[in-house]
Design a binder for this molecule. Structure first.
Ligand code: ZN
Length: 159
Protein backbone atom coordinates (compact mmCIF):
# COMPACT_ATOMS: atom_id res chain seq x y z
CA UNK A 1 0.00 0.00 0.00
CA UNK A 2 1.29 3.48 -0.84
CA UNK A 3 2.31 5.37 2.31
CA UNK A 4 5.24 7.47 3.50
CA UNK A 5 8.62 6.03 2.52
CA UNK A 6 7.39 3.61 -0.09
CA UNK A 7 8.72 3.58 -3.65
CA UNK A 8 5.99 3.51 -6.28
CA UNK A 9 6.51 2.15 -9.79
CA UNK A 10 3.86 3.51 -12.13
CA UNK A 11 2.87 4.17 -15.71
CA UNK A 12 1.21 7.45 -16.53
CA UNK A 13 -0.52 9.48 -19.18
CA UNK A 14 -1.02 13.21 -18.81
CA UNK A 15 -3.86 14.93 -20.66
CA UNK A 16 -5.12 18.47 -20.67
CA UNK A 17 -8.74 19.03 -19.68
CA UNK A 18 -9.91 18.64 -23.28
CA UNK A 19 -8.43 15.12 -23.29
CA UNK A 20 -5.41 15.83 -25.54
CA UNK A 21 -2.50 13.60 -24.62
CA UNK A 22 0.47 15.74 -23.52
CA UNK A 23 2.86 13.20 -22.14
CA UNK A 24 3.05 9.48 -21.57
CA UNK A 25 5.58 7.27 -19.80
CA UNK A 26 7.67 5.25 -22.24
CA UNK A 27 8.78 2.92 -19.43
CA UNK A 28 7.54 2.57 -15.85
CA UNK A 29 8.67 5.48 -13.66
CA UNK A 30 9.58 5.39 -9.98
CA UNK A 31 9.11 7.90 -7.21
CA UNK A 32 9.66 8.05 -3.47
CA UNK A 33 6.33 8.77 -1.75
CA UNK A 34 5.97 10.94 1.35
CA UNK A 35 6.24 14.67 0.71
CA UNK A 36 9.67 14.70 -0.94
CA UNK A 37 8.45 16.87 -3.80
CA UNK A 38 9.03 14.23 -6.47
CA UNK A 39 5.54 14.53 -7.93
CA UNK A 40 2.90 17.28 -7.59
CA UNK A 41 1.56 17.23 -4.03
CA UNK A 42 -2.09 16.78 -4.98
CA UNK A 43 -1.20 13.77 -7.14
CA UNK A 44 0.77 12.26 -4.29
CA UNK A 45 -2.12 12.75 -1.85
CA UNK A 46 -4.49 11.07 -4.31
CA UNK A 47 -2.22 8.03 -4.58
CA UNK A 48 -1.88 7.60 -0.81
CA UNK A 49 -3.40 4.30 0.38
CA UNK A 50 -3.68 2.71 -3.08
CA UNK A 51 -2.22 -0.65 -4.06
CA UNK A 52 -0.23 -2.16 -6.91
CA UNK A 53 -2.52 -3.14 -9.79
CA UNK A 54 -4.90 -0.21 -9.31
CA UNK A 55 -5.57 2.41 -11.95
CA UNK A 56 -6.80 5.85 -11.15
CA UNK A 57 -7.46 9.18 -12.75
CA UNK A 58 -6.41 12.30 -10.88
CA UNK A 59 -7.35 15.83 -11.87
CA UNK A 60 -4.70 18.40 -10.97
CA UNK A 61 -5.63 22.10 -11.14
CA UNK A 62 -2.86 24.59 -12.06
CA UNK A 63 -2.42 25.69 -8.44
CA UNK A 64 -1.91 22.06 -7.35
CA UNK A 65 0.49 21.03 -10.07
CA UNK A 66 3.17 22.90 -11.92
CA UNK A 67 1.97 26.33 -10.86
CA UNK A 68 0.35 29.19 -12.69
CA UNK A 69 2.14 30.65 -15.68
CA UNK A 70 4.47 33.54 -14.81
CA UNK A 71 4.53 36.06 -17.65
CA UNK A 72 7.75 37.61 -16.30
CA UNK A 73 9.42 34.38 -17.45
CA UNK A 74 8.62 35.18 -21.08
CA UNK A 75 11.19 37.18 -23.07
CA UNK A 76 11.04 38.69 -26.55
CA UNK A 77 14.43 39.11 -28.18
CA UNK A 78 15.75 40.24 -31.52
CA UNK A 79 16.76 37.37 -33.77
CA UNK A 80 20.10 39.14 -34.28
CA UNK A 81 21.01 38.54 -30.61
CA UNK A 82 21.35 34.83 -31.37
CA UNK A 83 24.01 33.14 -33.48
CA UNK A 84 23.03 32.50 -37.08
CA UNK A 85 21.91 29.05 -37.98
CA UNK A 86 19.48 26.66 -36.47
CA UNK A 87 17.05 28.13 -33.94
CA UNK A 88 13.70 26.48 -33.78
CA UNK A 89 10.63 26.14 -31.60
CA UNK A 90 11.21 23.66 -28.78
CA UNK A 91 14.96 24.27 -28.47
CA UNK A 92 16.28 25.01 -24.99
CA UNK A 93 18.59 28.00 -24.55
CA UNK A 94 20.30 29.67 -21.62
CA UNK A 95 19.34 33.32 -21.10
CA UNK A 96 18.91 35.77 -18.25
CA UNK A 97 15.66 36.61 -16.55
CA UNK A 98 14.39 40.04 -17.43
CA UNK A 99 13.68 41.12 -13.84
CA UNK A 100 16.82 40.05 -11.95
CA UNK A 101 19.25 38.86 -14.65
CA UNK A 102 19.46 35.37 -13.16
CA UNK A 103 20.45 32.79 -15.76
CA UNK A 104 17.69 30.30 -16.58
CA UNK A 105 16.86 27.71 -19.18
CA UNK A 106 14.23 28.97 -21.60
CA UNK A 107 12.33 27.12 -24.28
CA UNK A 108 12.05 28.78 -27.68
CA UNK A 109 8.32 29.17 -28.32
CA UNK A 110 8.35 31.31 -31.49
CA UNK A 111 10.94 32.32 -34.11
CA UNK A 112 10.61 34.76 -36.97
CA UNK A 113 13.23 36.48 -39.15
CA UNK A 114 13.31 39.33 -36.65
CA UNK A 115 12.33 38.04 -33.27
CA UNK A 116 12.52 35.14 -30.88
CA UNK A 117 10.17 34.38 -27.99
CA UNK A 118 11.60 32.53 -25.01
CA UNK A 119 9.58 31.03 -22.18
CA UNK A 120 10.97 29.60 -18.92
CA UNK A 121 7.62 28.45 -17.54
CA UNK A 122 7.21 24.71 -16.99
CA UNK A 123 5.48 23.45 -20.16
CA UNK A 124 2.58 22.18 -18.03
CA UNK A 125 2.24 25.38 -15.94
CA UNK A 126 -1.18 27.02 -16.02
CA UNK A 127 -2.92 23.88 -17.29
CA UNK A 128 -5.51 21.68 -15.66
CA UNK A 129 -4.10 18.19 -16.03
CA UNK A 130 -5.65 14.75 -15.97
CA UNK A 131 -3.27 12.01 -14.91
CA UNK A 132 -4.10 8.40 -15.71
CA UNK A 133 -1.95 6.40 -13.33
CA UNK A 134 -1.41 2.67 -13.32
CA UNK A 135 0.32 1.52 -10.14
CA UNK A 136 2.70 -1.28 -11.09
CA UNK A 137 4.57 -1.96 -7.87
CA UNK A 138 4.88 -0.60 -4.32
CA UNK A 139 7.86 -1.47 -2.10
CA UNK A 140 9.43 -0.07 1.05
CA UNK A 141 12.13 2.54 0.37
CA UNK A 142 15.75 1.76 1.26
CA UNK A 143 17.58 3.85 3.88
CA UNK A 144 19.64 5.46 1.08
CA UNK A 145 16.53 6.47 -0.84
CA UNK A 146 15.02 8.10 2.26
CA UNK A 147 18.28 9.98 2.94
CA UNK A 148 18.48 11.17 -0.67
CA UNK A 149 14.78 11.95 -0.96
CA UNK A 150 14.31 10.08 -4.24
CA UNK A 151 13.93 6.57 -5.63
CA UNK A 152 16.90 4.61 -6.99
CA UNK A 153 17.04 2.06 -9.77
CA UNK A 154 15.65 1.69 -13.29
CA UNK A 155 13.10 4.46 -13.77
CA UNK A 156 14.47 6.41 -10.78
CA UNK A 157 17.72 8.25 -10.03
CA UNK A 158 21.11 6.91 -11.03
CA UNK A 159 24.32 8.02 -9.38
ZN1 ZN B 1 20.14 9.09 -4.52
Amino acid sequence: MIKKNTVVTFNYEVMDDSGTLLEKSSAPALYLHGGYGNVPQHLEQSLEGHEAGEQLQVRVEPGQGFGERDETLVRHELRSKFPEGKLEVGMRVEAQREDNNEPMTFTVTAVSDFGVTLDANHPLAGKTLLFNIEIVEVRPATADEITHGHAHGAGGHHH
